[in-house]
Design a protein around this ligand. Structure first.
Ligand code: FE2
Length: 253
């Protein structure tokens, strides 16, 4: 079975549509989403609607949590402003119809913290918290230590940086996502960061996601071009959204 693992869409519907076209072309039949459907981008309703209809499961990211529940202190002013704008777009009211209630209910109640499928574990940040990052060898070591022995592969998002951490007898190795020959799944225990669909931060503006194939044990990173300038225009057209959210898409930062 070929499964697409996507994360951090951040209300970028145009990037999501391009990624879904690519997923179809790659022959993946299921989509697992690791969270942060919303925040930053101009199309939260459209993205949540796709998640409700098309994704096998969606995890709760810190931005999904901030929109539906409480804004945590660590959000910077730009992220916080985006959250307030997004909350206004998503909060249900009788005038916007019953679908707005279903959408809000999905965001509040249907997102999961962690999902295990066979020997694969899926989390937004780490299995312990959607705020924590696996952002280096030290953090990866801590996370490997808490994984139960039957888990061979942990897939995460949150940092928006595609990278692989490999547990070897010599210690933990960090592999760039574009390493020419990535190891096979289950050869080592691995933490795979799938990157971000809607707001890449590794200097490459193309959307990023991963396909895993549990029969061949291959996993591949996909980079997908989308119409960044159209999303920039859409963000500029929304009075309550910070302009920084647009600029950073051009540079992928
Ligand atoms: Fe995110």
């Amino acid at each position: 079975m070929r499964v697409a693992v996507i994360s951090d869409i951040h209300a970028n519907f145009i990037a999501l549509k391009a990624v879904m076209d690519d997923i179809r072309a790659q022959g993946a039949t299921k989509i697992f989403c690791l969270g942060d459907l919303v925040g930053y981008g101009p199309a939260p309703r459209e993205v949540v609607d796709i998640a409700m209809l098309k994704f096998e499961f969606t995890l709760r990211g810190n931005h999904d949590e901030a929109v539906t529940f409480k804004l945590p202190k660590q959000f910077n002013p730009v992220a916080a402003k985006s959250i307030f704008w997004t909350r206004e777009r998503l909060k249900p009211d009788p005038q916007s119809g019953s679908h707005s209630f279903r959408r809000w209910n999905f965001l509040c109640k249907k997102l999961k913290d962690v999902v295990q499928v066979d020997d694969f574990l899926f989390a937004h940040g780490t299995p312990k918290s959607f705020y924590e990052y696996v952002d280096g060898i030290k953090a990866a070591k801590k996370v490997f230590a808490i994984l139960s022995p039957e888990i061979t592969t942990l897939l995460v998002g949150h940092s928006h940086i595609p990278v692989v951490f490999l547990e070897t007898e010599q210690g933990i190795r960090v592999l760039n996502y574009d390493t020419p020959k990535l190891p096979k799944l289950r050869e080592h225990r691995m933490i795979i960061n799938v990157g971000s669909v809607g707001q890449p931060r590794d200097g490459d503006p193309r959307a990023c996601y991963v396909i895993i194939d549990d029969e061949t044990n291959e996993f591949i990173y996909r980079r997908v071009e989308y119409d960044v300038e159209e999303v920039v225009r859409q963000i500029y057209a929304k009075a309550g959204l910070p302009k920084d959210n647009a600029h950073r898409l051009r540079g992928g930062y």
